[in-house]
Write a protein that binds this ligand. Sequence first.
Ligand code: NAP
Ligand code: MG
Length: 474
Amino acid sequence: MLYINGEWLDIKSKEMDIVNPATGELIQRITVGGQKETHKAIKSAKKAFEYWKDTTGEERGFYLSKVASLMTERREELAEIITMENGKPFSDSLNEVNGAISYVKWYAEEAKRIYSDVIPGSQTEKHLMVLKKPIGVCAAITHWNFPLSMITRKLAPAIAAGCTSVLKPAAMTPLSAIEMFKCLHDANLPKGVLNLVIGSAQEIGDEMTSNPDVRKITFTGSTPVGKHIFKNSADTLKRASMELGGHAPFIVFEDADIDAAIKGVMASKFKNSGQTCISTNRIYVSEDIADEFAYKLAQKVEKLKVGNGMDEDTDVGPLINQDALNNMHNQINDAINNNGKVICGGEEYSLEDREGYFYKPTVIQDANDDMLIATEETFGPIAPIFTFQTEEDVVNKANHSKYGLAAYCFTNNLGRGHRMIKNLDYGIVGINDPSPIVPQAPFGGFKESGMGKEGGKYGLEEYLEEKYVSILTT
Ligand code: NAP
Ligand code: MG
């Protein structure tokens, strides 16, 4: 199903199957589009922009509030769809829906707070102003790991800023996007302000990047695809925001509260089956406490219940597909060949009555820099434990990555905490905090983890540009 210019489109000739990763069963067969439909959607967004750019922040905030109310009413349905197509436990899906709503609500308020500046001139008779203007038509491409909140983090600030947009969600999880667009439609958002195209990534992506009417591209996904989209956007010099891969270090000093750190790893590593860009990839534990830490962590991980996200007692759902499972096998075999010790998990997990992409939550002790897992993103439930001796040593190790999205550090030494904030080369740093993401804060990475921010006033700036005006009053 596509949504263009306020209408649902059914193109009978092209269809795509959406499959439940916990059961392998078909959830729904949906209509998809391609280059032609994307072109049409961009045209409709361009037309809508002529009107939308001049609306007041209050009006745009009003629509966003309506959307937030509808999403709140439909919380359970939305969460069920997320679990069906992505696999995560239903309670986590509900948390995702709440998170998604919190972004919509935050930007509903913020739409009213886009201020321009009056700046002091160099001559008394000149009045200088800087006006904040919406960039124009935006193209958004999202990922399957947070199929709903990913969308609201892009579309809510776009609406608040006065931009219009075309969204392409991930092929494996378009049903959350369709449900979200039903909320937008039912909130009577004016035609063309938001458009949805689902289908071939190549065809849709190429039209989005080459079409000169698109003034901004915002992407969440892998670093290689992000680079490809960024390069393709260069010819028409679009503004770009890129939320890309990560390889988060999780550092535990000997002065930390070990139990709190273990709780932190459990939250940051195994939520969403580890398929999160800010998920812990490398656990660095001070040599003095490494054995105790590994033992205690393995005990907790062992107890995690793997299963279908719709079963109430499930802690960890399936991975998204067979490629993801293959990646787990690859990293585990490589770790074992490089003298790693698997102290729990380390294999696929079959449910009695269902086909699904399940992998047992895993802990590897004696991880080292020769392993693939030390540099390659895992995107799955494997927790490798490395050790370190000194603060300097661990800072070097933690920063030795092409990525720079999130880093975590557990310590009870205030001075050390501040030194780590200064020295960690990451866009997001959690000190004794494994879950730092909130709608009012900027989310985004350094280095090859991307550019630009989502969330807060920073996320709104991404959709605005400054128009400088000089008035000679004589
Ligand atoms: P991916 O292949 O990069 O896919 C992400 C999105 O890009 C999907 O909508 C996909 O469409 C689309 N896409 C793929 N090829 C494209 C092309 N040639 N042109 C335009 N669009 C294209 O994602 P993945 O490999 O599954 O993702 C894993 C990575 O995403 C990890 O590195 C993870 O860290 C990163 N990630 C980052 C964040 C963040 O916020 N920083 C969040 C989530 C994930 P189809 O689905 O149709 O192929
Ligand atoms: Mg990919």
